[in-house]
Write a protein that binds this ligand. Structure first.
Ligand code: SF4
Length: 169
């Protein structure tokens, strides 16, 4: 996929932490349209559709994150380890600074993640930046790892939200 000079300059205006996600989203749309070159109009369209929130980021330094976890595991886990790891900025929360808030902690709604799409739409209205897939979805332990985690990840990313795989492990 080629990017013309103007399109590349426009992409540079997108904050670094979402730039690669924005690039992928724009390229996907251009490919779908059967073209091989990204123009500045494509970047504008992509920004309106996927990454509008990124523009506000400079005036709004708060990073908003959420965690999605396994519905089945939630019956035996109150989520303490996820919150502990966030509060101490351990493991997958290490990169976040002081200006970070957890704004959502929700379950997938049961296989195959039936509630994820709707809840991500709702979180977008509250300007979520990143969604973590909880460690209980990723690990084999008392429960098997989630067989749907790739689809769940793809649903979230298709809405322009960055995904991190894991919380406290
Ligand atoms: S989709 Fe994955 S995370 Fe959700 S209940 Fe099924 S196994 Fe658990």
């Amino acid at each position: 996929m080629r990017w013309n000079e103007e399109a590349l300059q426009e992409l540079e205006k997108v904050p670094g932490f979402v730039r690669s996600m924005a690039k992928r989203a724009v390229e996907k749309d251009v490919r779908k349209a059967g073209r091989e070159e990204v123009t500045v109009e494509d970047v504008h369209k992509g920004r309106d559709k996927h990454i509008a929130f990124a523009e506000d980021k400079e005036d709004d330094p708060v990073t908003r994150i959420a965690v999605v976890r396994c519905e089945t595991v939630s019956e035996v886990c109150p989520g303490v380890a996820c919150f502990k790891a966030f509060n101490k900025r351990h493991k997958h929360f290490k990169p976040y600074g002081e200006n970070t808030e957890i704004i959502g902690f929700f379950t997938c709604g049961g296989c195959p993640g039936r509630r994820v799409s709707r809840l991500v739409d709702s979180l977008k209205k509250h300007r979520v930046d990143v969604i973590h897939l909880s460690s209980c979805m990723m690990l084999e332990g008392d429960y098997p790892s989630c067989p749907h985690h790739n689809e769940i990840k793809a649903i979230i990313e298709s809405k322009g939200i960055k995904v991190v795989e894991g919380t406290h492990h």
